[in-house]
Design a protein around this ligand. Structure first.
Ligand SMILES: Cc1cc2nc3c(=O)[nH]c(=O)nc-3n(C[C@H](O)[C@H](O)[C@H](O)COP(=O)(O)OP(=O)(O)OC[C@H]3O[C@@H](n4cnc5c(N)ncnc54)[C@H](O)[C@@H]3O)c2cc1C
Length: 410
C-alpha cells in the first residue's frame, strides 16, 4: 500500500509529493492531467524565501531594482524578487518524484472514506485508490478537505497584460511591486476602491503590467480593473502596442482553516496557506514541504499508523497553534485593508514600507513570531497618520471574535 496519495499537481501538490519522495515514502499523485501539464499562472516570490539553493536556478527572471510607490514616496525595497520559470520548477519537482518511482494516476477525486488503517479515494471514473493518508492539494476550491462554511471571504483580483507598449510602463530592469498612485482615476479618486499596479520589465520590449485589487469583498470586476489599467497607462503616456497574453487572477485570501482534526490532510490553497495580507503562497508551499514531509515520515515509521495518526501529525506540523494565532493577526490586518479607500490604502502602505527591513519582509513572508508581529503592528500604528490609525482601531473593534481568539491564544 502507498503511504501518501496527493490529490492535485499544482505547485503545492508537487512540492509536497517531491518532499515526501525525498524521504523515501511511497507516494502517488492523482491529477486530471498527465505529468507536465502546464500551470496557468505566473508565480512571483522573494528570492530570499528560496533558502533551498536548488530552487533559485528555477527562477526564470530576477529583479534587484524593486520599488513600491505609496504615501507620495517611492521606496527602493533592497530585496530581490523573482518569477518562476514554471516549466523548470515543475520539471525539478517531477524529477524528484520520478527518481523515487512515484505513481501517477490521471483522474479526478470525487470522494474519500476512511478505515482505521487506510483511506480509500474514489475517482470520478470509479477507480478506488488506497493510501495510509490522503493530502488534498486540489487548490482553493478544495475537492475533499472539509472546512467551516466560508462567510466573509475577500478575494484578490487582478487583470494583467504581457505585451509591448508605445513607451516603457516601468524602468528597464525594474519591478514595481505596488504602485498605489490614484491620480489618474476620475471623480472622487480618493474615495475610490483601491487598486495598485504590479509591473515588471521582462527583457527587450516585453513588460508585464497588472492592475490588482489586493483584497475586495465582493471581488472587484475584471472589466473595472482592465479599464483602470488602461487609464493608468494613458495617464503616464503609455499605450498598449501588442498583447502576448492576458492574465485573469482571482483567488480567496482568507478561506477559513480546514478542520484540523479530520483524517485527511491538505496542502497549498486547499489548506488555506495563502498569506491573508499579501496573497502569496507558492514560496511558503515550497519552504514548508520538507517540514510537513518530515512529520509524516516520522509517523509513517510506525507500521500501524493510519489516516488519523498521520493526518493528526500533519495538521500539527502545518498549523501549530502559533501559526494559527499569527494567521489570525494577519487576518485582522486584512480586515483593516478591506475598509480603506484608495487614499487610505496608499497612506497605509506608505507607513508600512517605513517599517524596519526585518519587520516588513518578515510580515510579507510570514516568518515572524507572534510577539514580533504584534511589535510591528504597533510600530506601524505609531508611524501611520491619524486617519489611518483611526481606521485601524475601527477595524479592530469590528472584529471582536478575531481579537478574542488572538488575545486568548486559541
Ligand atoms: C493568476 C494567479 C496568479 C497568482 N500569482 C501568484 C504569485 O505570483 N505568487 C504566489 O505565491 N501565489 C500566486 N497566486 C496564488 C496561489 O498561490 C495560486 O493560486 C496557486 O496556484 C495555488 O497552488 P495550489 O497548488 O494550492 O493550487 P492550484 O495551482 O490551483 O493546483 C490545484 C491542482 O489540483 C487539481 N485538481 C482540482 N480538483 C481536483 C480533483 N477533484 N481531483 C484531482 N485534482 C484536482 C487542479 O487541476 C490543479 O492542477 C496566484 C493565483 C492566480 C490565480
Amino acid at each position: 500500500m502507498i503511504d501518501v496519495l496527493v490529490v492535485g499537481a499544482g505547485p503545492a501538490g508537487l512540492a509536497i509529493a517531491a518532499a515526501l519522495c525525498d524521504l523515501g515514502l511511497r507516494v502517488a499523485v492523482l491529477a486530471p492531467v498527465a505529468p507536465g501539464g502546464a500551470w496557468p499562472n505566473t508565480y512571483g516570490v522573494w528570492v530570499d524565501e528560496l533558502a533551498d539553493s536548488a530552487l533559485q536556478p528555477l527562477l526564470g527572471q530576477r529583479w534587484t531594482d524593486c520599488v513600491v510607490c505609496a504615501g507620495g514616496r517611492s521606496f527602493d525595497l533592497g530585496r530581490e524578487y523573482g518569477l518562476f520559470d514554471n516549466a523548470r520548477l515543475q520539471a525539478h519537482l517531477l524529477h524528484r518524484c520520478e527518481r523515487a518511482n512515484m505513481t501517477w494516476h490521471q483522474g479526478t477525486a470525487q470522494r474519500v472514506y476512511h478505515a482505521p488503517d487506510a483511506s480509500h479515494l474514489v475517482t470520478s471514473a470509479g477507480e478506488t485508490i488506497t493510501a495510509r493518508v490522503v493530502i488534498d492539494a486540489s487548490g482553493h476550491a478544495a475537492a475533499l478537505v472539509q472546512r467551516p462554511a466560508p462567510q466573509r471571504v475577500a478575494h484578490q483580483v487582478a487583470f494583467g497584460i504581457v505585451g509591448t507598449f508605445t513607451a516603457p510602463p516601468v524602468r528597464a530592469g525594474q519591478l514595481v511591486l505596488m504602485d498605489f498612485r490614484y491620480d489618474h482615476l476620475p471623480g472622487d479618486a480618493k474615495a475610490a476602491q483601491p487598486t495598485f499596479l504590479y509591473a515588471m520589465h521582462l527583457g527587450g520590449e516585453r513588460y508585464f503590467v497588472e492592475e490588482t485589487s489586493l483584497a475586495s469583498k465582493p471581488p472587484m470586476h475584471f472589466e473595472v480593473l482592465e479599464q483602470r489599467l488602461y487609464r493608468r497607462l494613458a495617464a503616464r503616456g503609455v499605450t498598449v502596442r501588442t498583447i502576448e497574453h492576458t492574465e485573469h487572477c482571482l483567488f480567496p485570501m482568507n478561506l477559513p482553516l480546514p478542520y484540523l482534526d479530520q483524517p485527511i490532510l491538505a496542502y497549498g490553497g486547499a489548506a488555506s496557506m495563502v498569506h491573508p495580507a499579501s496573497g502569496y503562497q507558492v514560496g511558503a508551499a515550497l519552504r514548508l514541504a520538507p517540514r510537513l514531509a518530515a512529520a509524516l515520515a516520522q509517523v509513517a515509521g510506525q507500521p500501524n499508523a493510519g489516516p488519523v495518526a498521520l493526518a493528526g501529525a500533519g495538521w500539527e506540523a502545518l498549523w501549530p497553534s502559533a501559526a494559527v494565532r499569527n494567521r489570525n493577526l494577519y487576518e485582522l490586518g486584512l480586515h483593516s485593508l478591506l475598509n480603506f479607500n484608495a487614499a487610505e490604502l496608499d497612506e497605509f502602505f506608505g507607513a508600512f514600507f517605513q517599517l524596519p527591513y526585518p519587520a516588513w519582509t518578515g510580515y510579507l513572508s510570514n516568518t515572524l513570531t507572534t510577539p514580533q508581529i504584534v511589535r510591528d503592528m504597533v510600530g506601524l500604528f505609531i508611524k501611520a497618520p491619524n486617519p489611518i490609525r483611526a481606521g485601524l482601531v475601527r477595524s479592530a473593534l469590528r472584529e471582536p471574535a478575531l481579537l478574542t481568539t488572538i488575545v486568548s491564544g486559541q
